[in-house]
Design a protein around this ligand. Sequence first.
Ligand code: IPE
Ligand code: IPE
Ligand code: MG
Length: 251
Amino acid sequence: MADILKTVTAGQVDVDRLPRHIAIIMDGNGRWATRRGLPRTAGHKAGAETFRRIATYCKNLGVQYLTVYAFSTENWKRSADEVGTIMGLLKRYLQEAVATMERDNIRLHFFGDMSPIDPELQALARETDEITEHLGADAFQANVCLNYGGRDEILRAARRFAEDCAAGKCAADELDDALFSSYLDSAGIPDPELIIRPSGELRLSNFLLWQCAYSEFYYTDVLWPDFDEAELEKAIVAYQARDRRFGGVKK
Ligand code: IPE
Ligand code: IPE
Ligand code: MG
């Protein structure tokens, strides 16, 4: 076992039964800042650091996919200052990623409708997509949900399928789980076994509505900027104690 695993897992997490795909609703940045008398934007800066830490930890642990909810289709309701700060932090993260993802063997992918996103950010996302294409399919992959909504994703997929039917490329009666999944932003990526929501809110807020069908949910009151490696371990340990039946009965 790699040294890093010995130190980080402290014998609690069973590294042979890790979820292949973990998804996180990165929530609680605003409350974290407000409690410290800071502007909400300071919470987003701290939250961005937590994302870097947790992504590195997932990669080192051997989780293959980490999907994070960074900005929802509903988050445009916030002030221009707050939205601008979040987009600025994403831009900085992508600039770093362009410089380091090849060296670190990290694939990066976006879920969401990128069309209303700042062109500079879109160009950076295209650059990271190109780098990702050159990296091996078994490399760690981070999926960032940006202007993402589960309903919007399903609607965009349905529209594209209808267009393909109209163009004679496929027929309505061919549509099954697998074919529909191939039209989603998550095409080719297994569904998350574990979805984590920090900050105490007990809802999905339009996250991965199709993919969560049989995900295990883990909620904690810890705010995202305070979420750390130990908290992630707690979530994985809880996941490993679950009895996943998928509608069947235990033998
Ligand atoms: C999550 O933190 C980040 C985004 C939604 C972009 P919030 O900003 O929602 O933090 P709270 O929920 O207000 O504390
Ligand atoms: C969900 O959190 C979206 C992200 C974390 C990006 P919100 O803070 O927007 O969700 P609600 O408003 O509490 O449901
Ligand atoms: Mg929130």
